[in-house]
Design a protein around this ligand. Structure first.
Ligand code: S3P
Length: 439
């Protein structure tokens, strides 16, 4: 069976923001119409960027008429990024170079997430950032300025921090460098290059350095197809591995940046077989199909450490669910960043696993999970976190599970249509499986 998943969330967010800073009309196909990018799109419209087709039919092209690097309009009210950390942080970076003042706000989850990590480098460049309620958190007012160059050393490997600084530098036309402990996802770098910006990357003094030495006076528009989201595909791949349905599953047209696909190597160590079929690159991004071998897999526990986490930062929830069905104790470390995602994911995972009868322990920076083949049952508290809801939704759709996820609608943040697709795949696999056994 062959399926597709919606467009990549990170690439969609960047296409919207960078399209809004470009000169001329960007044309983007395959965009994700999830709640997060829709919130970013509305904020950009409030800043004077014209966007056509974003709330249109799922496969229609989106056209963005950018205003150029420093011509965003003063918005009349606060910009509501809802649940979107990427939207808030990317926009803060771009706003730092605009001759305007804008207030960024979000929902309760986003208002609990740290903003100092971006505010600090942006204020060092010359922007003003004021917290309106709680230090270090949204709502926050960003006042743009003529910025100065910056070399920023980030203590966390975070693509959102890196991108905020890169956008500020490109917006203001000043050189910037970000050094991070390990390479985080590089979609901003690839897209900036596609728009004519020189980006220099490499190891420097045991850090990963990304530099924009001489930003151009203007950005050319984008014309690209957003590949499918690996992080969304991961849920379906995991379902195929866990269900042992015996039917091959192919997920087509997925973005395969090495900075995103770390889960594949971990799955291989666990004993799953997933083939990668490369396809044509799009927008500077590698893309291809992922095919799960139908052989029933006996999963083995794994050790996953800090070096591997950045390339699978959003896949830890689904890894935890896989670990719950693997033989042995899986140990995940170096993942403290998960505590500041849409929920404290380490706590959410350990608590929910224990609620359904799986032995799981929270470590300061990770998890220990003892796999079990026994039936599991209970209700899942998703804590309004899309990836927690979907990870347990995958488990719920496999044998020997009787689970209820409290708030399935939260999946719309990144994967509209998730539950319907999962159910279709489950039902069709069962039918195809029966057919191949002559049933
Ligand atoms: C994202 C970066 C990651 C990731 C998030 C999307 C991005 O966050 O968890 O879902 O698009 O830049 P951090 O940069 O905070 O690690």
């Amino acid at each position: 069976m062959t399926i597709r998943v919606p467009g990549d969330k990170s690439i969609t967010q960047r296409a919207l923001v960078l399209g809004g800073l470009a000169e001329g009309e960007s044309r983007i196909r395959g965009i994700l119409r999830g709640a997060d990018p829709l919130a970013t799109g509305r904020a950009l419209v409030a800043l004077g960027v014209e966007i056509a087709g974003l709330e249109g039919a799922a496969d229609s092209e989106v056209r963005i008429r950018g205003r150029g690097l420093r011509a965003w309009r003063q918005p009349s009210g606060a910009l509501d990024l809802c649940n979107s950390g990427t939207g808030a942080r990317l926009l803060a970076g771009a706003l730092a170079a605009q001759p305007i003042t804008a207030v960024l706000k979000g929902d309760a989850s986003l208002s609990g997430r740290p903003m100092r990590r971006i505010a600090e480098p942006l204020t060092r460049m010359g922007a003003a950032v004021d917290y309106l309620e709680r230090e270090g958190h949204l709502p926050m007012r960003v006042t743009g300025a003529a910025l100065t160059p910056l070399r920023h050393r980030s203590v966390v490997a975070s693509a959102q921090v890196k991108s905020a600084v890169l956008l500020a530098g490109v917006g203001a036309g000043v050189a910037v460098e970000v050094r991070e402990p390990r390479p985080s996802r590089d979609h901003s770098e690839r897209m900036l290059e596609a728009m004519g910006v020189e980006v220099v990357e490499g190891e420097v003094a045991e850090s990963w350095s990304v530099r924009v030495p001489s930003p151009p006076p203007r950005l050319g528009p984008l014309d690209m197809e957003v590949p499918g989201d690996f992080s969304s595909a991961a849920f379906l791949l995991a379902w195929a591995v866990l269900s042992g349905s015996g039917t091959p599953l192919t997920v087509r047209g997925i973005g395969l940046s090495r900075t995103r696909t770390g889960l594949l190597a971990v799955l291989e160590r666990m004993g799953a077989r997933i083939a990668v079929v490369p396809r044509e690159d799009t927008g500077g991004e590698r893309a291809g199909d992922l095919r799960v071998d139908p052989a029933a897999t006996r999963l083995r526990a794994v050790e996953v450490g800090g070096d591997e986490i950045p390339a699978m930062i959003d896949e830890v929830p689904i890894l935890a669910v896989l670990a719950a069905r693997a033989e042995g104790v899986t140990r995940i470390t170096g993942a403290a960043e998960l505590r500041v995602k849409e929920s404290d994911r380490l706590a959410a995972l350990a608590t929910n696993l224990r609620r359904i009868g799986v032995t799981a322990e929270e470590l300061p920076d990770g998890l220990e999970i003892e796999g079990t083949g026994r039936p599991v049952s209970g209700s899942i508290e998703s804590l309004h976190d899309h990836r927690i809801a979907m990870a347990f939704g995958v488990l719920a759709a496999t044998p020997r599970c009787d689970l209820r996820v409290d708030d399935p609608t939260v999946a719309d943040v990144s994967f509209p249509g998730f539950w319907g697709l999962l159910e279709r795949v489950r039902v069709r696999s069962a039918r195809l499986g029966r057919a191949s056994f002559g049933g």
